[in-house]
Design a protein around this ligand. Structure first.
Ligand code: ZN
Length: 139
């Protein structure tokens, strides 16, 4: 992680917040490297996410993300709540754990830890299902 220097650079440039965030995200993504470099044993990953708003059982959104060897090894999904500050759902530890154990499927849930003025403690969560396929030749 090279968060420190990057953060300073963004602050000093005094850019508008949105542009700075986009830039940060781009840099995070490219510093994550590609799947083919970081996890050469992975053939593809399918992530199925259902977004819920806390306090109601309303499904905000259903999303499917396919990750291929040519994709960035970046698994942080944005929070879909408007006005959420620095939120999101980081699947990185889940996916790394799966690869380590060569798991093919996993289900779970994550809470958004971002700041959101209308709710102090948790305003959104996702349920995820991950299906991972591995290259046969790598074993
Ligand atoms: Zn959020």
């Amino acid at each position: 992680m090279r968060r420190g220097p990057l953060f300073l650079e963004v602050t000093m440039a005094n850019r508008n917040n949105y542009a700075a965030k986009l830039e940060l995200k781009k840099q995070n993504k490219s510093s994550a490297g590609l799947i083919s470099e970081r996890f050469p044993e992975v053939a593809d990953i399918a992530i199925h996410m259902t977004y819920y708003q806390n306090g109601s059982n309303n499904v905000l959104m259903v999303r499917k993300v396919n990750i291929f060897p040519s994709s960035y090894a970046y698994f942080k999904m944005d929070c879909m709540t408007k006005g959420c500050e620095d939120g999101g759902f980081d699947l990185t530890p889940v996916i790394k754990g799966m690869i380590k154990e060569r798991k093919k499927g996993k289900k779970g849930a994550l809470d958004c830890r971002g700041k959101f003025e209308a709710a102090d403690d948790g305003h959104a969560h996702v349920e995820y299902e991950i299906v991972m396929r591995y290259n046969k030749s790598s074993r």
